[in-house]
Structures are given as structure tokens and as C-alpha cells.
Design a protein around this ligand. Structure first.
Ligand code: GRG
Ligand code: ZN
Length: 314
């Protein structure tokens, strides 16, 4: 298993940022702003954010903003969407650069996507999903603008997506899935409404996701995958049930997914690495208080020191 190859993972992320013309960069081009958030958060958790040209990042992020609506697209000239708007706000939070944002304009974009039943559409085309409720609530909370939406209705919609197994789906009646559970529990944590969660029942469902190989899966009967180290573990922490999984076995599973030669972390042992799973592997280790890695906040998905700076000015 060995240890976390922190230096190599940081080099891998920095290298990816540079090779914009190659295959991996091409296939993730439409979600580059998400990629920037994954990569930069990983670098910060590994104490390496100083290695990027912050001015260059900030000016590129601001070019991804749609000047009419105020929302952000995945890349320059792409259509705005809540998924990318949250990533933009998170990247600017990491870099301590909210000064470049027209906070009211961005918040208005987010608030306009709330529907009558309290749910959120991801963009003007209207798809509804709890991922977007999380994006809206996380984004507005970071910007200090939660008062611009109807929080009570937003919370009631999320609560209406709770299933008999204690989990949450993407819409009412949707199957419980660890990714959706993160979104719902995260949004309820941010709004101080965790009383809607049946903590023992959900904690049981979540800790049952630990497979024989130590890794976590997203649903019953599915294979373990490094990204669920984030979706499952962050949810367990928010409901105070993280001691119900075997941390040592999960740590070993994540460390076994490292490319120890060239850096990066994959979804499963011996698979190809990518930025997404590198982020979730490092973030998962952070949640388990792995040495040297900075602590990450389970609800905001940002380093704890960044969240403290935003909310407590320190
Ligand atoms: C700031 C961390 C953060 C997130 C922003 C976009 C978002 C909010 C949350 C996404 C939550 C989600 C639905 C995650 C699941 C992603 C995933 C690995 C889906 C694959 O699901 P399946 O069912 O694959 O196709 P499995 O693993 O079940 O085989
Ligand atoms: Zn995955």
C-alpha cells in the first residue's frame, strides 16, 4: 500500500493543467470549470496551491461568466449552468478573490432557478435534480445570500426526496444513491435542517456501502469506487456516524488506487487515473484525518481554513 504520494499527485494535477490540447483535456473540455475546482482543491489540500498562476486562473474563470444572466459556463463561451456557477464560486473562494465577483448578479442568477415547489433547475432548460438544490444552497451560502431564495421551500423539497431506506434520490421517488445523499445532507447541513435526516437509518445504509475490498460503493450491489470515499464519508461525518466504517481498510483501498510512478488516483486499483478521482481520493483521506493533508469541510467541499476565512474572517 505504501503512503500517499502527495508530491507526485500535485505534479500530476499541475501537468494536466498545462496539456490543454491532449485527449483527456479534450474529453473534459465542457466541464473545465469543474475540473479547475477539483484540481485546485486537491492542490490546496496538499499545500501546493501556490504553484499555480492565480491571476491567470481568476481571469479565465471570469471569462466563463455569461454576462447577461450572471451564471457561469463550463468554459469560455459555454452556456451557464448551476454546476459551473458553484465551481466558479468555489474556485474564487479558494483563491480568496470574491472581490472580482458581482455577488448580487451571481446570486440573482441562482435565485431565479428556484421553482414554485422549492426545487432548483440546473439551467434555463429546466432539468430538476437535488444536485442543483445543493449547488444553489452551497453557492448562496458562500456568497452570504441565502436570503435571496425561499430556504424553507428548498428544504421541504429535499425532505420530500427522502426514501424509506433513509437515503435520498434525485427527485421525489428517485432511488437512493450516495451522490444524491451527499447533495441532500450537505444542503440540509448548510441550512441547519439536519433534523429531517433519520441519522441511524441513513448511517446504516451508508456504512453498508463498504465492500470487502475496503472501498465504498454508491448503491447496493455496485462495485467500490474511490469517488464514494467522498460522497459516503462526507455524509457520514455530517450525521455523526463516521465511526461506523473501517477507516483503515478504506485508507488502504484509496492508497492502492494511486499511480505511484506518475501520480494521480484512479476509481479502482490498476485503472487509469483522472483528476476527478485524484480529488476524491485526497479529499477522502482528508476526511479521515490522514497526516499532512489539510482538513476539508464535508458540507462545503472546501478546505476548512477557507470556510473559516469566509464565515469567521480568520
Ligand atoms: C462540490 C463535491 C461537490 C459537488 C457538487 C455535482 C454535485 C454537486 C454532486 C454530484 C452528486 C452525484 C450524483 C454523484 C455521483 C457521481 C457518480 C459516480 C455517478 C455514477 O453513478 P452510477 O450509478 O455508477 O452510474 P455506479 O458507481 O453506481 O456504478
Ligand atoms: Zn467514481
Amino acid at each position: 500500500m505504501g503512503e500517499l504520494e502527495a508530491e507526485k499527485h500535485a505534479e500530476y494535477i499541475l501537468f494536466i493543467e498545462k496539456k490543454k490540447d491532449e485527449f483527456e483535456a479534450l474529453v473534459i473540455e465542457h466541464l473545465r470549470l469543474n475540473g479547475a475546482y477539483w484540481g485546485l482543491t486537491t492542490l490546496d489540500l496538499l499545500h501546493k496551491i501556490g504553484a499555480v498562476d492565480q491571476e491567470e486562473v481568476v481571469s479565465w474563470v471570469m471569462k466563463c461568466q455569461d454576462k447577461d444572466s450572471g451564471g457561469f459556463g463550463g468554459n469560455i463561451g459555454h452556456d451557464p449552468h448551476l454546476l459551473y456557477t458553484l465551481s466558479a464560486v468555489q474556485v474564487l473562494a479558494l483563491l480568496n478573490r470574491f472581490d472580482v465577483l458581482d455577488i448580487e448578479k451571481v446570486s440573482n442568477y441562482v435565485a431565479r432557478l428556484q421553482n414554485e415547489d422549492g426545487s432548483f433547475s440546473g439551467d434555463m432548460w429546466g432539468e430538476v435534480d437535488n444536485r442543483f438544490s445543493y449547488c444553489a444552497i452551497c453557492c448562496l451560502s458562500l456568497l452570504g445570500c441565502l436570503n435571496m431564495i425561499n430556504v424553507e421551500k428548498a428544504v421541504n423539497f429535499i425532505a420530500s426526496c427522502k426514501n424509506l431506506d433513509g437515503g435520498f434520490g434525485s427527485i421525489p421517488g428517485g432511488e437512493s444513491h450516495a451522490g444524491q445523499i451527499f447533495c441532500c445532507v450537505g444542503a440540509l447541513a448548510i441550512t441547519g435542517c439536519l433534523h429531517h435526516v433519520d441519522k441511524d437509518l441513513l448511517g446504516w445504509w451508508l456504512c453498508e456501502r463498504q465492500c470487502k475490498d475496503g472501498g465504498l460503493s454508491g448503491r447496493p450491489e455496485k462495485l467500490s469506487d474511490v469517488c464514494y470515499s467522498w460522497w459516503v464519508l462526507s455524509s457520514l461525518i455530517m450525521i455523526d456516524r463516521v465511526h461506523w466504517i473501517d477507516k483503515q481498510k478504506l485508507t488502504r483501498f484509496i492508497l492502492n488506487c494511486q499511480d505511484k510512478e506518475n501520480g494521480g488516483i484512479s476509481d479502482r486499483p490498476d485503472h487509469a487515473v483522472d483528476v476527478f478521482h485524484t480529488y476524491f481520493g485526497v479529499a477522502g483521506l482528508s476526511l479521515m484525518e490522514y497526516p499532512v493533508v489539510k482538513s476539508i469541510d464535508p458540507a462545503y467541499a472546501l478546505p476548512v481554513d477557507v470556510v473559516n476565512r469566509i464565515f469567521f474572517g480568520k
